[in-house]
Design a protein around this ligand. Sequence first.
Ligand code: NAP
Length: 286
Amino acid sequence: MNTTIGVIGLGLMGSAMARRLTEAGQSALGYNRSPRDIEGVEVTSSLAELAQRAEILWLMVSDFQACRDVIEQLGEAGIRDHVLINSSTISPEQSSELGRRIESFGGEYLESPVLGSIPQAQSGTLQLLLGGSEDLIARLDDTLKALGTPTHFGEIRSGAAAKLAYNQLIGSLTAAFSMSLGLVQREGVDVDKFMATLRESALYAPTFDKKLDNMVGHSFEKANFPLKHLLKDIRLFTQSACGCDIDTHLLIGLQHVLEEGVYAGHGNHDYSSLFESIVHEDTTRH
Ligand code: NAP
């Protein structure tokens, strides 16, 4: 398909995706609810104009409510004969509801949550977790590959389910590492030696090193993936897993520390700031 792609939602990820699509030679047009300029990308302040000029509408907004708002604003006039790709992280249930609404307006729906963050969006190396029809995916091949590596998981719901499963790992691994790092620091164990041994063991995950400097330096302001979105995703995972008879007691504590982080003002900070809710500043040192 050689068509115009309307990117809806020019936040942290949407702006990087719109820029990448343009750099990859795709025709991209951006729209954001509150006026926003993106260097190197044409932006319109009218959703109706975006729908008139673009055949593919690519959603990258905060959550399900935001997706719904956009779909209702576009209405049948903006959706009929369009393809809508959604990369916002929502639950399988929400995704299938979105798909039904889009189809009722005469549009086609592809679920494409993404694994990876701003650097991967900028370099076109996102993992696209697709749910939807094979025929549609084949037609969108060039567009999808401009942003990264597509994997077709199956019907609508399957991409959304895979995404929540990955994000549960982001939250749980980061929380588990925070607790261990906290104990090591408080007991005066050499962090470099602890990390060197960890890296050689089967317990190691690369995300530990990715977030180590943030945690040691208490530096979380530069966010690729904000804490508030991780909280949303852990809540969505919990709801979805409960519906599948999976015990989610372990996630109660994780939700609690994420909520504490949001209340403490870390909502727009990097998700690794959950370290601050786990390793309290005033803990008695040995
Ligand atoms: P973000 O920076 O917070 O941007 C959110 C975007 O949603 C903004 O453009 C915002 O517009 C728009 N929005 C919010 N409510 C809206 C509404 N009711 N109607 C229309 N637009 C609305 O978020 P992000 O980090 O780009 O993430 C976007 C989505 O991708 C989230 O679902 C997130 O979980 C997921 N995700 C993020 C990452 C990451 O690394 N950041 C990676 C993978 C997936 P305004 O500017 O007008 O508020």
